[in-house]
Design a protein around this ligand. Structure first.
Ligand code: BGC
Length: 740
């Protein structure tokens, strides 16, 4: 064993001894206290909670971020309670604290785990400076339905991308050591299946077969366990008839049993008591039984545990042993955070909020998150030297709050640099700017400024249209059934288009929107998500060519909402559509009699393909992929094959590209997706440079949960593609040989 492994083991053993010693001295009431997290966001928390803290009835507080107040709460817990157990201080630090990074879906578009890790580190330091020691992120629910408002908080639709970015976020929050300054405990949420809520309605039901749970929804969570995440949160949703908060299969059998997770599980907000609303239990008492016995260690913001656990242990419905296990998990995290030795926060010991380095990470993340969806005849970048004037139009050009996106409890709107402000700074007097907001907000239907916007467009050499969604249109409990541009934005686009000027749409949104109505009405589209504090400078640099777009879609863009769910790793089915076997609604009279002959899986009234595929994103240069090859046509189980490709930057500028590797297992005992992302790499190529990029695939990387519910790798033929999107055309193949 290496020196550091020995050191870690010693530390773990020392913590285990301290946990046990403490547990031995606790009363049952004090133990149950540790299992309660209480909200203390309204009023002076020490007054409200003081007596409960003194009596040892609180394990954690949520939603207090005043460092002096928090120090006082810790002081009461440490000095005035019998056993002096410090508090976990929870807060949703979802994509930044004061400095706001792009929404997680935007961060996913960077395909850059290092940058995502740096962003989480910035957030952790700022949160820790305020006394927070536990955050409820990352959200690693696979999200394949853009109607769901919480897709904004996710890393999108792909198992591998979500797993890699989730793990990176955990590393960023937790650092090398939870006890080091600036580290906070992370929480993998929402376990499990929340992203599959029916029709994207938040909190709705999910029905997910076990093989899909294991091959898709569970995998990012398993990766988070491997990354050392300290805590898990259950989902609000019903999973196959057993709400996640009372689901012992996922919490006990899988998370603890199979994955050996040693941290603790917290419920979602009041989701223990909601078990009775789901219809699983009759009352709070029964809900406490179900949740506790399923493996929920701490109840967030409800009182089913504090009101009922004591009686339940006395009545033998819940064993004291299971209480002991839950409490020791919670105490272990408190010890790992070093809270017993150092419960107080000295904000002066931390760097300033939103310091230069933090803002630079936010700017870099915003820049890399922006996806160039289309760019006809090189309309972008704009050349400041060749343009006399530019019209800047739209409700999101100068909306400092909206660009921050959802879940920004502590985000400082005053720090936001808007695109308008950044463009003004960038072009100075060189280019005349005409700004017309045109719409009060993204949903407006009464728009007296449209004429002024058209006049500004007519008078200018190009138009930058800032469209999309305000932040309130995505996030928790903010799902939409129609995910087109809201309000009269489509009309605005058409009127601006009619001026004949080059039109660049910059879209700020919390989800993939359906853009079919406008895609042909504009020359270029930069999709900027909600880009956070530094969204403005990032967008300005991209628009004027000081930076080159390099973001790639972490989720498929449907043409119309009725295509949902549409995602790249779908199954082939028995009648896959091709461009030769689909029929459009205008042709059905002549072409398609009432028969299934020749028919395939498509909608009559739209294409079978999405508007933009997963992984798509253009650049100001053009990358060519050639000469894909494998190191061996056949490998044995346990071996590795290398897939290589030559990538050439055909343009005159240096730029970054995200190279993507996909595979398909052609024949398996359980049908497999048509493509699965197996690797990706962000590379920078000089103008005209060609480079060979290689990916190694071990046969374990091709494993899946098969018919028998076990992980298997099945011999046979595999296809592999490498390219700049999930539509990659360069394909090769290899075989895994049958064992002798
Ligand atoms: C959300 C969680 C969040 C919690 C605490 C809930 O409504 O579902 O994701 O962490 O509130 O704010």
């Amino acid at each position: 064993m290496s020196a550091s492994a020995t050191e870690m083991l010693d530390k773990r053993q020392a913590i285990a001894r301290r946990v046990q010693a403490l547990l031995d001295s606790m009363t049952l009431v004090e133990k149950i206290g540790q299992m309660s997290q209480v909200e203390a966001g309204h009023g002076y928390a020490p007054d409200i909670l003081g007596n409960r803290l003194r009596a040892g009835l609180v394990g954690s507080v949520i939603n207090v971020v005043d460092v002096e107040v928090l120090n006082e709460l810790q002081r009461i817990a440490m000095k005035e309670s019998r056993l002096g157990i410090p508090l976990l201080i929870g807060r949703d630090v979802i994509h930044g604290f004061k400095t706001v990074l792009p929404i997680p879906l935007g961060q996913a578009a960077t395909w850059n785990p290092d940058l995502v890790e740096q962003g989480a580190r910035v957030a952790a330091r700022e949160a820790a400076k305020s006394g927070v020691n536990w955050t409820f992120a990352p959200m690693i629910d696979i999200s394949r339905d853009a109607r769901w408002g919480r897709i904004a908080e996710s890393y999108g639709e792909c198992v591998l991308l979500t797993s890699e970015l989730g793990a990176a976020t955990v590393r960023g929050f937790q650092g090398h050591d939870l006890a080091e300054s600036g580290s906070i405990a992370a929480c993998a949420k929402h376990f499990a299946g929340y992203g599959a809520v029916e029709s994207g309605r938040d909190y709705a039901t999910t029905n997910i077969p076990d093989t899909k749970l294991r091959n898709v929804y569970f995998r990012p969570f398993h990766a988070a366990v491997d990354a050392g995440v300290s805590t898990f949160m259950t989902s609000f949703s019903d999973l196959n008839g057993i709400p996640a908060t009372g689901n012992s299969y996922i919490l006990d059998d899988v998370l603890r049993g199979e994955w050996a997770f040693e941290g603790f599980v917290v419920s979602d907000w009041d989701s223990v008591r909601q078990l009775s609303i789901h219809g699983l239990t009759e009352n709070d008492r029964e809900s406490a039984i179900e949740a506790c016995n399923a493996g929920v260690d701490m109840e967030m913001a409800g009182d089913a545990y504090s009101n009922h656990l004591l009686g339940l242990v006395e009545d033998g419905e819940v064993s004291e042993e299971s209480i002991d296990i839950a409490v020791s998990r919670i105490l272990r995290v408190k010890f790992e955070l070093g809270l017993f030795d150092n419960p107080y926060t000295d904000p002066g010991a931390f760097p300033e909020y939103a310091n230069e380095a933090a803002l630079e990470v936010a700017r870099e993340a915003a820049e890399q998150s922006v996806v160039l969806l289309k760019n006809d005849h090189g309309a972008l970048p704009l050349a400041a030297t060749e343009l006399a004037s530019v019209a800047i139009v739209g409700p999101l050009a100068d909306a400092g709050y909206e660009q921050l996106g959802t879940w920004i409890f502590d985000g400082d709107e005053k720090l936001s640099v808007t695109p308008l402000a950044a463009i003004q700074t960038l072009v100075g007097d060189e280019v005349k700017l005409r700004y017309v907001r045109a719409m009060e907000n993204s949903r407006s239907r009464v728009n007296p400024e449209f004429d002024a916007a058209v006049d500004a467009a007519r008078a200018s050499d190009a138009v930058l249209l800032f469209l999309g969604e305000e932040s309130i249109l995505s996030g928790e409990a903010h799902s939409r059934a129609d995910i087109g541009l809201p309000g009269d934005q489509v009309e605005l686009v058409r009127r601006i288009r009619a001026t004949g000027k080059p039109v660049i749409a910059v879209i700020l949104a919390g989800r993939p929107l359906t853009l079919s109505d406008i895609v042909d009405e504009v020359d270029s589209i930069l999709y900027a998500w909600h880009p956070g504090t530094m969204g403005g400078p990032a967008i300005a640099d991209l628009v004027f060519g000081h930076a080159v777009p390099s973001g790639k879609l972490p989720a498929t863009f449907p043409r119309v909402v009725g295509q949902i769910p549409i995602y790249y790793s779908q199954k082939n089915g028995g009648k896959p559509p091709t461009k030769d076997n689909v029929v459009h609604i205008d042709e059905i009279d002549t072409f398609a009699p009432q028969t299934s002959l020749g028919m395939s899986a498509f909608h009559l009234d739209t294409c079978f393909t999405p508007l933009f595929p997963f992984g798509h994103g253009l650049s100001y240069t053009w990358f060519g992929y050639e000469n894909i090859r494998v190191s061996a046509d056949e490998i044995a189980l346990g071996e590795t094959v290398t897939v290589s490709v030559d990538i050439c930057n055909h343009g005159d500028i240096e730029a970054e590209e995200v190279v993507q590797l996909y595979t398909r297992d052609l024949v398996a005992s359980l049908t497999r997706p048509v493509k699965e992302l197996k690797g990706f790499r962000r590379i920078r190529l000089a103008a005209r440079e060609t480079r060979t990029i290689s990916f190694e695939i071990h046969t374990d990387d091709l494993a899946f949960y098969g018919r028998q519910g076990h992980r298997v790798v099945e011999p046979g033929l595999f296809h592999a593609w490498v390219g700049g999107s999930s539509d990659a055309e360069q394909r090769t193949e290899f075989r895994i040989a049958q064992p002798n």
